[in-house]
Ligand binder design. Structure first.
Ligand SMILES: O=P(O)(O)OC[C@H]1O[C@H](OP(=O)(O)OP(=O)(O)O)[C@H](O)[C@@H]1O
Ligand SMILES: O=c1cc[nH]c(=O)[nH]1
Length: 552
């Protein structure tokens, strides 16, 4: 809203009073950069699955199972950052990880797919499923990995979590190997059917169920039955070699190493194998000395260096570490819940350039020049991403080398409508992308954060009902201003599914309101903030966008 209209009501806007944005803060005390690779592109159905009774960690192997309500799967991967942080006194080390850039950005945006036109025959909703958040948990034998996983699952009780145990993917021994089982190395990477494990992981990440083998530790064989594991929000992949194997690490958004003294582990191993796996003490010690310990030294202990988080775990009570991990995951998943709930919500895939732009725009001490420069840059990306959601027509052209190129033709019949005044800051980006585009404007005024909105000005293309409309406003807090503007468009005959709302920062409240009220309209934002303060300002927010962008 223009400062002119604001005169006399300087503090009426949810975003006008209070000025500068508070420092960025999250409900998690940690910043674990690799977790920021989670991003998302759309939604899935809600469904509920009962909690099964806890399964014994012995033969036949647990294999994995439902551990919570299913909300759907989540993100694709983006970023590829490494993080390093050490938290003294919390018994938790966040360490540099070697996250590979290869596991970033699953394409999957489906931007060029028209409704019902998916090569794999998926519905638009299935197509928009996100990959789940995958946590890899490794550590030596009997280090307490299962307990750590159980604690994480307990604390993520409002999410659907499934576990995949590497143990379930032991190969069946051949007759020959069975003859000399005392001298078979169960701790070597070769003992596992890793392709089968990868296939399961890939199925789950694609939003499909998988069949996990069962393994009988007393017979050293796979059972004839498999266990069906449904897709979930979070997958915990647990096993001694999960961090050692690059192909498994590449699937994980977060790598955890459980660090327990060797003697504690040996004592636990003896107890477990004797009680649950039909062994005697002498054979357990023999196996430990000949295979388990050397394999630990060769594969498991060195894999610590890949961990994002190393948890010292002696007595099984390092709950601070568990809390820190799960708080952070919950924070990430909360944002993704919105994306699951609303198929019409899109989040601009993040990367460090975009995060850097946000950092400058959100910094209260940034200069006007910087604010405008980076807001323009970011708006350009948002507009480009928004345009990618418009329908297209195939177009074949001839290249200068005389070859055919099968491409697409841009949509005709679009226009932009900015919500005055901050929305006008996005017009530049739209004009730069679409030369000569028709632009309209709507001015919505509200006397106070809890007052009714009033449309006091509208100028729209006369043929707007025939056009696709890009509705522009960098900030949506309560979503009331935006909803009012949408009502104006609908009253002018624009169809919901021809409206694309573009914003830079949205509060969850606005997303519920906009996406819930107008399921046919697409909403694209570059970041979703934590919420609103008592004056309905976005937290952490940007402050008064219009003031910062337009004032001298
Ligand atoms: O989602 P809501 O709670 O309705 O608030 C969002 C509105 O607030 C901001 O404008 P502002 O009122 O600051 O006016 P301005 O753009 O004219 O500066 C923003 O640009 C939206 O138009
Ligand atoms: O069958 C198995 C599998 C793992 N470790 C063992 O000792 N036996």
């Amino acid at each position: 809203m223009s400062s002119l209209q604001r005169q006399g009501t300087p503090d009426t806007s949810p975003l006008l009073s209070g000025g500068s944005a508070p420092p960025h803060a999250s409900s998690s005390p940690l910043r674990i950069d690799r977790l920021d690779r989670i991003d998302s592109r759309s939604s899935r159905d809600f469904a509920w699955h009962p909690h099964p009774p806890p399964m014994p960690g012995s033969s036949p192997s647990t294999g994995g199972g439902f551990l919570g309500p299913r909300l759907g799967s989540s993100s694709s991967l983006g970023g590829g950052a490494t993080g390093y942080q050490s938290i003294e006194g919390h018994g938790l080390t966040l360490s540099r990880s070697s996250s590979s850039a290869a596991d970033v950005f699953s394409a999957g945006s489906g931007l060029l797919l028209r409704e019902g036109e998916d090569p794999e025959g998926r519905s638009p909703r299935e197509r928009n499923r996100r990959c789940p958040f995958v946590i890899g948990v490794a550590g030596g034998t009997a280090s307490g990995k299962t307990t750590v996983c159980d604690k994480i699952i307990q604390r993520l009780h409002d999410q659907c979590v499934v576990m995949l145990n590497q143990d379930s993917f032991y190969r069946s021994l051949t007759e020959e190997e069975m003859q000399d089982v005392e001298n078979y190395n169960f701790d070597s990477p070769d003992a596992f059917d890793t392709p089968a494990l990868l296939e399961c992981l890939e199925q789950l990440k694609a939003g499909r169920h998988c069949e996990v083998p069962t393994y009988d530790f007393t017979q050293h064989r796979r059972g004839s039955e498999t266990r069906k594991v449904e897709p979930a929000d979070v997958i915990i992949l647990e096993g001694i070699l999960v961090l050692h194997m690059q192909e498994l690490r590449a699937h994980c958004n977060m790598l955890v190493y459980v660090d327990t003294d060797d003697d504690v582990r040996l004592a636990r191993r003896i107890q477990r194998d004797v009680q649950h796996r039909g062994r005697d003490i002498a054979s357990v010690i023999h196996q430990y000395t000949i295979f388990v310990k050397p394999a630990f030294d060769q594969y498991v202990a060195p894999s610590r260096r890949y961990a994002d988080i190393i948890i010292p775990w002696q007595r099984g009570d390092n709950l601070v570490a568990i809390d820190l991990i799960t708080q952070h995951i919950s924070l990430k998943l909360r944002c993704h819940d919105l994306l699951r709930i609303y198929p019409n919500l899109e989040l601009l895939p993040s990367n460090f350039q975009i995060r850097g732009m946000h950092t400058i725009i959100r910094d209260a001490s940034s200069s006007k020049n910087d604010f405008v420069f980076y807001a323009d840059r970011l708006n350009r990306l948002i507009v480009e991403a928004g345009l990618g959601h418009l329908p297209f027509q195939e177009k074949i052209v001839k290249t200068p080398t005389g070859h055919r190129y099968v491409g697409v033709d841009f949509t005709r019949g679009i226009c932009g409508v900015s919500i005055i005044r901050s929305g006008e800051a996005m017009e530049t980006a739209l004009r730069e992308c679409c030369q000569g585009i028709k632009l309209g404007k709507i001015l919505v005024h509200r006397h106070g954060p809890h007052e009714e909105e009033e449309v006091i000005y509208e100028r729209l293309p006369s043929d707007i009902a025939q056009r696709h409309v890009l509705l522009l406003d960098p900030l949506v807090g309560t979503g009331r201003t935006a909803c009012r503007a949408v009502e104006v468009l609908l009253a002018r005959g624009v169809q919901q599914d021809k409206i694309l709302f573009l914003s830079m920062v949205a509060a969850p409240e606005a997303i519920h309101k906009l996406c819930g009220s107008y399921p046919g309209m697409k909403v694209l934002t570059s970041e979703i903030d934590r919420g609103l303060d008592e004056d309905c300002r976005i937290v952490p927010g940007i402050g008064e966008f219009g003031e910062r962008y337009f004032s001298d």
